[in-house]
Design a protein around this ligand. Structure first.
Ligand code: NDP
Length: 315
């Protein structure tokens, strides 16, 4: 049978490119989990995806009710779940004030980390039931959260501190919107959320890989300077960033190439190892990359997991 893969945020950028790459193989039914149904339908059509290779289901990660509703809808479809890709993200580098999810969590960490955490925890149960030979749970990471890299050292750097803001519910009216309890900074909130994504993947691996056989992975697909992620950035940045990445840092990848990379993590038989953060070298060959000290801190991973469970009422 075809594999069933859920991809969040498949209506643009990396998620769409990955959906297209997998759909084209004819071996996957891609479930595009998107907040804007019409946009997703148009995106799939203009990418030339054949109808029999995808479906669209509504998911807004900024609302935990929507996450739970998505899980119910998915179960009602009767499809087994073979692979989950947590890809969607928001980034507010120029915001002066925080915005909030339906439950009042700062939006970047709320969508990128907390919404995905609930989704992945719920859908793990479905993946356990699947008889698919290679089941994978993938959470897209980023170099920007890794302070052991050049890109990760551009301020403001990711830093989760002692997690006091997360423990307090990530809200300025009751505490701080930032995980470390500091003043709101949109660019840092995004980087912090990506550290949470990478820590969560490793914690999943430690808790569930051995018992379930599911592979947990994260990746940095390269700098895809053309996606909508940078839509909130100032105009000059948006003009200069793609050539900067192309000619100076040489980290630039096209959306198509990045989509092929994530598709490899979904389906390539050589990328089944669990607990790994994948990257690609200049020749587009995959390798197991090193995470920064914070993004591989075992104790912090456990704390982020437990605090997030508490915020979600799962603990
Ligand atoms: P895009 O902005 O193009 O795509 C993000 C996707 O997330 C969109 O489909 C968007 O939906 C969706 N999304 C946003 N908020 C929500 C929500 N509340 N509920 C459901 N879906 C939502 O960015 P990219 O493709 O660049 O980003 C994809 C991933 O790649 C992210 O995890 C990002 O951190 C990562 N990444 C990107 C890099 C880059 O250079 N671009 C580098 C490293 C990692 P909509 O279409 O409706 O806006």
């Amino acid at each position: 049978r075809k594999g069933n893969v859920v991809i969040t945020g498949a209506s643009s950028g990396l998620g769409l490119a990955t959906a297209k790459s997998l759909a084209e193989t004819g071996k996957w039914n891609v479930v595009m989990a998107c907040r804007d149904f019409l946009k997703a339908e148009k995106a799939a059509k203009s990418a030339g995806m054949a109808k029999e290779n995808y479906s669209i289901m509504h998911l807004d990660l900024a609302s935990l009710d929507s996450v739970r509703q998505f899980v119910r809808n998915f179960r009602q479809s009767g499809m087994p779940l073979d692979t989950l890709v947590c890809n969607a993200a928001v980034y507010f580098p120029t915001a002066g004030e925080p915005t909030y999810t339906a439950e009042g969590f700062e939006m970047s960490v709320g969508v990128n980390h907390i919404g995905h955490f609930l989704l992945a925890r719920e859908l793990l149960e479905d993946m356990k039931q699947s008889d698919y030979p290679s089941r994978r749970l993938i959470i897209v990471g980023s170099i920007t959260g890794n302070t052991n890299t050049l890109a990760g050292n551009i301020p403001p750097k990711a830093n989760l501190g002692d997690l006091r803001g997360l423990a307090g519910g990530l809200n300025e009216t009751t505490g701080s919107a930032m995980i470390d309890g500091g003043k709101f900074d949109g660019a840092k909130a995004y980087k912090d959320s990506k550290v949470c994504n990478m820590l969560t993947m490793q914690e999943f691996h430690r808790r569930y890989h051995e018992d379930t056989g599911i592979s947990f992975a994260s990746l940095y697909p390269g700098c895809i300077a053309t996606t909508g992620l940078f839509r909130e950035h100032i105009g000059l940045f948006r003009t200069l960033f793609p050539p900067f990445q192309k000619y100076i840092t040489k980290g630039f990848v096209s959306e198509e190439e990045a989509g092929n990379r994530l598709a490899q993590v979904v389906s390539d038989p050589s990328l089944t190892k669990s607990g790994v953060y994948w990257s690609w070298n200049k020749n587009s060959a995959s390798f197991e990359n090193q995470l920064s000290q914070e993004a591989s801190d075992v104790e912090k991973a456990r704390k982020v997991w437990e605090m997030t469970e508490k915020l979600l009422g799962l603990a």
